[in-house]
Design a protein around this ligand. Structure first.
Ligand SMILES: Cc1cc2nc3c(=O)[nH]c(=O)nc-3n(C[C@H](O)[C@H](O)[C@H](O)COP(=O)(O)OP(=O)(O)OC[C@H]3O[C@@H](n4cnc5c(N)ncnc54)[C@H](O)[C@@H]3O)c2cc1C
Ligand code: SF4
Length: 333
């Protein structure tokens, strides 16, 4: 691993001012925050990330989970994934989030991983993690070997000719279905970004993954008040039962009245270049009877724009079955 300086800023203002000196907050950043370290240190050992300065934010005051005045939830940036998944309010009101987190990684990793770190975890595309290979995300303009190469686990939605990498997070998929808001503090003040706008499509700049600018520190995430009577399920399909990323997953938050769907929020994992909210599936469900025919129609709608690569066409049918089954589970509960 390359040499780097490691410091613990005394407060958020100092952390932001120091990080603002970085030339970018995206790939190639020379200053990085570190929280749990389970993504960053991994990539530093592989020389994919080579920051000259690492700022430890674990002592900053962002480790609380609190109810908001409107009945929603405020989740601090450094709250550990395991604490979030086991929090009584999350289990009661935002069960899809608890299920998604507990479906990810391992107990040890979840004990270290944080809310903000999970939002910013990087793709598992093998070419991205191997500095001997070209990769547009790691080194813009070098090409995307995955398109003609190993792409079984990569994305079928939101891809571009420059990058087809999957966003690997489970937590973010649940947060997309719950319509979370990401709160940032930066050199120019604070701002709130809906999760749907936080991650960027790869387009011609796959090295740019989020809206973050140098110095931007995620302070917390908020969830809106829970939807009364909503049924929630996170279903993850993968090559083995644990310690594995999703081939496809579905987060469902659905409300029924008289056998009909009155509200649906659907997000998919393992198939998109970002956590994939499917408004197409939602539109196909609302005001329709909650039955197998309409669930399949919603799944077809979700995959209408899917563009498979040489090795991952199977994901289209898998994702359809995953969403159909998640809807059945949620509405049967
Ligand atoms: C073997 C393995 C298996 C895994 N399996 C899964 C899985 O199945 N599902 C899944 O979803 N995830 C999985 N993960 C990923 C894991 O969830 C992430 O590594 C973890 O959530 C990252 O959180 P962290 O706190 O450790 O991040 P860090 O490594 O500390 O940071 C990650 C990035 O976020 C930035 N950052 C951190 N905090 C802030 C902040 N407050 N503001 C701005 N930037 C910040 C850092 O600078 C860094 O760029 C796996 C990881 C490993 C190693
Ligand atoms: S899919 Fe994206 S991350 Fe993977 S090699 Fe291509 S450009 Fe790099």
């Amino acid at each position: 691993m390359h040499t780097f300086e490691f410091i613990r800023p005394a407060n958020p203002t100092a952390a932001i001012a120091t990080a603002a000196q970085s030339k970018t907050a995206q790939q190639g950043a020379d200053v990085r925050f570190v929280a749990g370290g389970t993504t960053l240190l991994d990539l530093m050992k592989l020389n994919v990330e080579t920051p000259a300065l690492v700022l430890d934010i674990n002592r900053l005051p962002f480790d609380k989970i609190e109810s908001t005045p409107d009945g929603g939830l405020k989740i601090g940036a450094t709250v550990r994934n395991s604490d979030l998944a086991h929090h009584p309010r999350v289990q009661r009101d935002y069960a899809v989030l608890s299920q998604a987190i507990l479906n990810g990684a391992s107990a040890q990793l979840r004990n270290m991983a944080t809310t903000a770190g999970n939002l910013l975890q990087r793709t598992r595309c093998m070419y991205f993690r191997d500095t001997a290979m070209p990769c547009n995300k790691r080194e813009p303009g070098t090409g995307c070997p995955a398109i003609a190469g190993s792409n079984r686990t990569l994305a079928i939605l939101g891809t571009s000719e420059h990058c087809i990498a999957t966003n690997p997070s489970d937590m973010c998929v649940a947060m997309a279905a719950l319509e979370a808001t990401i709160h940032l503090q930066g050199p120019k003040g604070s701002r709130a970004v809906p999760i749907a706008d936080f991650h960027l499509l790869p387009r011609s700049t796959p090295n740019r993954e989020t809206v973050l600018e140098p110095g931007d520190l995620i302070t917390h995430v908020t969830l809106p008040p829970p939807i009364a009577g909503s049924k929630q399920v996170y279903l993850k399909l993968r090559d083995r039962a644990s310690y594995e990323f999703a081939l496809t997953s579905a987060a469902v938050v659905i409300t029924l009245a008289g056998g009909k769907v009155t509200r649906a929020r659907i997000a998919l994992g393992g198939v998109g270049t970002k956590p994939w909210r499917s408004r197409e599936a939602e539109a196909a469900l609302v005001d329709k009877p909650a039955d197998a025919t309409n669930f399949r129609k919603a799944a077809e709608a979700a995959m209408r724009d899917a563009k498979p690569q040489s090795e991952n066409k199977f994901k289209i049918e898998l994702a359809k079955r995953c969403l159909t089954h998640a809807l059945k589970m949620a509405t049967a509960a």
